[in-house]
Structures are given as C-alpha cells and as structure tokens.
Design a protein. Structure first.
Length: 503
C-alpha cells in the first residue's frame, strides 16, 4: 500500500474544515429544544470546549434575534496551529427548535503539515447549516447552491513555490443527517456535480515525479441507513445480540457518470490516461445476520499514451457481488463471490503493438460466479483467524456461472459438489470425499487455437500436443464444439466423460 504524501494529507485534512464547522453547528443547540441565538452561542462555546476545540472572536453582536460573530477562529485547544478555521464573520440564528449557522462566504483553513510548513485553503460557498440536538434526536441539514475548496500557493522556507495543487467544486451540494438516541441513523451527502483538479508528488517515486488528475463526477451521492447501531461493541457475542435486537446497516454509493484525465512520468516517459464512465452503483448491506456487497458499472472508455505508444479500450460494463454470514448459526448460510467484465474491446493499434492484431474488433468477456453453503464455527473477533479450528465449515460449493469469451470462441461451465461431512471432514485426506457434477462447453476452440498459432503464442510443433490434450479431456458434440462432463463420487472417484482420472 502506498503511503500518502504530506501535501495530500494536508488536502485531506483541509477538506475536513466544512465538517468541523458542521459538527460545531450540530452540537450547538443541545441545551434545549427551543432557544435564543444568544443561548445557542453560549451552548456552542461550551460544547466546543468539551470536544477539545476553542472558538475565538474579535467581537460578538446580538441584534434582532441574530448573533453575529466577528473575526472567528476555530482550532484544537491542545495544538492551536494544527488546523485553524477562520472567517470574517459568522451568524447564528434561532429557528424554532433548530439553529442556523451561516458562515461568511469565504472561509480560510490553515493546516500544519510538518517541518514548519502550513498549507492554506480557501473555502467559498453560498449556503447555510441548520442543526438541532436534544436528549433524543439529532438533526443536521446542509444546503449549498455552490461549494468550492482550493489550496492557495505556498512558498517554502527558501522562498520557492511548494509543489501541489488542489481544487474541488460542488454544484448544489447538500447533506442531511437524522439520528436518535435509540441507535438509528440516516445520512445522505451528494451534489449535482463535482469537479476536481489535483496535483501532488508521487510518494512512491524517488525522483519527485508529480501526478495530476482532473475530472468530473455527475450526481454523486452517498447514503447510509442504520438501526440499533448502539448495540455494536467489542464484547464477545456482540454481533449476534445486535442482529437479534434489529441491527441493520446499509451504505449506498451512486454516480450518474464520471470522466477523468491524469498524467504522470514513469522512468522519464510521460503516461497520459483519459477515462469516461457511465452510471455506477455500490451497496454494502449488513442485514439478517450477514453482509453483502454488490456493485455495477456501466459502459466505460479508456484511452491514453505511454511515450510513443497509444491505445484505447472500451468496456460494456462490470458487476461484482460478495457476501458471507456474520454470526454463528446451526444451519448453513450462503457464501458468494461473483465478478463480471463484459465486452472489453481493445483498439487495433494497441493490439497490433501487442502482436495480437488479428483480434481487432473482437470483444472479451469474463464471468465467474461461485457459491457455497456453510457456516461460521466461531464468532467474529480479533482471534477469529488464529484459532486451531477452521473459522468456517463449508458443506457444498457451486459454480453457478463460468464464461470466458474471446470473439466467437466461448468457454462456459456450471455445476456443484457436496463435501461429505463438510470441509473440516476433508482435513488430512489426500482427495476430498465428495459428490457432484460439472459440465464445461468450449465452442470455437479450434478457431481460437488457429489464431493463437498464427500469432506465435502456440508454436507449430506444440499445436498437436495442445489439440491432443483438449480432445483427451473433452468430447465433440458438434462442429468445433467440445464438452466435458466431470463427475465426482465418494471414494475419490473422478471421471471426465465417463473415463476415470488419471487417464
């Protein structure tokens, strides 16, 4: 895993400034359901102190039910220079049982990055933050017609410009949070569009090479909904008790489309990449004693160059699914792993450069969908993987879908096998005690071999051996159509098309 450079840490921490202000706004009206702006300001200072933050001002003025703070600075009490949020003024207005916090149109954020270097960010906006907290509920709403953050130019101690650039603009940014003391939480954050322009020093390169990224995301949105979240802890058996109490958590991420351009230098050779993608979704759901991840991406285009080499590729879409149980149960639960890459097509110039020009115009698709039935043998925890007992037991495995297609040559497969006595009963056996059947079909395999031989991937003198192996494991069921029926039976008996292994 690559480490994050100090300028990028500054970017990340600088981006936390709006969240810092929002958190203070949310904490402000905790002392009562309905209060004046002055009471809200008093409560805001108290709760900021309890959170380890200090708020300083050059003046406080109350008029017409509005408190106006001048010369505002917000910073951690224990390290006043670590992060400093400052603005010319900030207004606090009481709105029934809620409080509106209206920062100045321009907010400055200074972040200390180490070695005496401070990065400064400028946040501009047109919007407000409205929040409320009492003993039972918490509410936060952020509504900004526009919101932008930019890193300002910085000089080093020697007076030279510091590397790095950061700019991010949100169009119609909004956020909403609803929480209760009973452990429920609903949260959403999104915008009509987000554009960004980033430049940073690649931390993995010793020559100080820079990476630039510019792009746009259309309608990105993150939502989270959870119930009985207060049941979560590090106590043994916590997960089962939480689900029994009604715990659930669902995180969704969606975007209507995106595009990005990036550039960097590898071994003194410029690398340029451009990507464009359609709608994509991702969901992580913890429900009914298990967790499931599902995702899909629409069509995408990638183009780029590496020195004199140029090329492009298109994708018809992609899907992924992954799921497993979270609690110990006496009955088997479903495990699943699936990914699919559909209709990948590489440009002719790039294929020709790779010596595969004969495949120009052909698409590649890969699908693998594996399932299993099994159960956890012990509760999830820090020592889950260190026990002498396997953490899970599997009773059956299924190949729900296998598909590898190159042009008009397609390999497909499916089947299932039962592990007699379960996975743990197979420990120490040279061959598993199992019962199952699988079927594999290869259509167009001879056509594919001919093309690979013409490319030189398979030498002419080895082509006969490859054909012999294919015919040894498969039988012809049609023109350029081979099939393999694999049977697994108790007693370590494995046959292919009725012939036992090994041949």
């Amino acid at each position: 895993m690559q480490t994050v450079s100090k300028p990028m840490r500054a970017v990340a921490r600088g981006a936390m400034a709006p969240a810092l202000v929002a958190t203070i706004a949310l904490c402000g009206p905790a002392v009562a359901q309905s209060m004046s702006a002055s009471e809200a300001w008093d409560g805001l200072q108290t709760l900021a102190g309890e959170a380890g933050l200090s708020i300083s001002t050059t003046g406080v003025n109350e008029a017409g039910g509005v408190v106006t703070l001048s010369g505002v600075r917000i910073f951690p009490t224990n390290d006043p220079n670590e992060v400093v949020v400052s603005m010319d003024q900030m207004r606090i207005e009481a709105r029934g049982d809620q409080v509106a916090l209206i920062p100045a149109p321009t907010v400055s954020v200074a972040v200390q990055t180490g070695r005496g270097v401070t990065r400064e960010f400028e946040v501009t906006h047109s919007g407000e933050i409205v929040g409320m907290v009492d003993d039972e509920n918490a509410v936060l709403d952020m509504d900004f017609a526009s919101l932008a953050a930019r890193m300002l130019p910085t000089l080093s101690a020697k007076g030279a410009p510091m590397p790095g650039r950061f700019a991010m603009d949100f169009d119609a940014f909004d956020a909403s949070l609803r929480a209760t003391s009973e452990g429920s939480l609903d949260f959403s954050l999104g915008a009509d569009s987000v554009t960004y322009d980033i430049e940073y020093v690649d931390p993995s390169r010793s020559n100080g090479a820079t990476v630039t990224q510019t792009g746009t995301m259309d309608a990105p949105r993150i939502t989270f909904a959870g119930t009985e979240l207060d049941m979560l802890s590090d106590e043994p058996g916590m997960m089962a008790r939480a689900f029994d109490a009604g715990f659930s958590a669902v995180l969704d991420f969606t975007t209507a489309g995106s595009e990005q351009s990036s550039s960097q230098t590898l071994d003194d050779v410029p690398l340029l990449m451009n990507t464009q993608g359609a709608q994509s979704t991702m969901r992580i759901a913890a429900l009914d004693g298990r967790v499931d991840l599902t995702g899909s991406a629409g069509s995408a285009e990638i183009s780029g160059s590496y020195g004199p080499m140029q090329g492009a590729a298109t994708f018809g879409g992609a899907d992924v699914a992954f799921g497993f149980p979270l609690i110990v149960t006496p009955d088997d639960q479903q495990f699943r792993y699936m990914f699919a890459l559909n209709d990948i097509e590489i440009s002719q110039d790039l294929l020709t450069m790779m010596g595969a020009g004969s495949f120009a115009g052909d698409s590649l698709s890969v699908v693998l969908d594996l399932g299993a039935m099994g159960r956890l043998t012990q509760e999830l925890g820090p020592e889950w993987a260190d026990s002498d007992v396997p953490p899970l037991d599997i009773s059956s495995v299924s190949l729900d879908d296998l598909r590898l297609a190159v042009g008009d040559s397609v390999l497909t497969g499916s089947g299932a096998v039962e592990l007699i006595g379960g996975l743990m009963a197979q420990m120490g056996r040279p061959m598993p005690e199992a019962n199952g059947d699988f079927t594999f079909d290869l259509v167009g395999g001879e056509r594919l071999l001919t093309r690979l031989q013409a490319m030189g991937v398979i030498p002419q003198d080895q082509l006969f051996v490859v054909r012999m192996m294919m015919n040894g494991f498969a039988r012809s069921v049609g023109e350029d159509h081979l099939r393999s029926d694999v049977a697994i039976r108790p007693g370590a008996q494995i046959t292919v098309n009725g012939a036992p292994l090994p041949f």
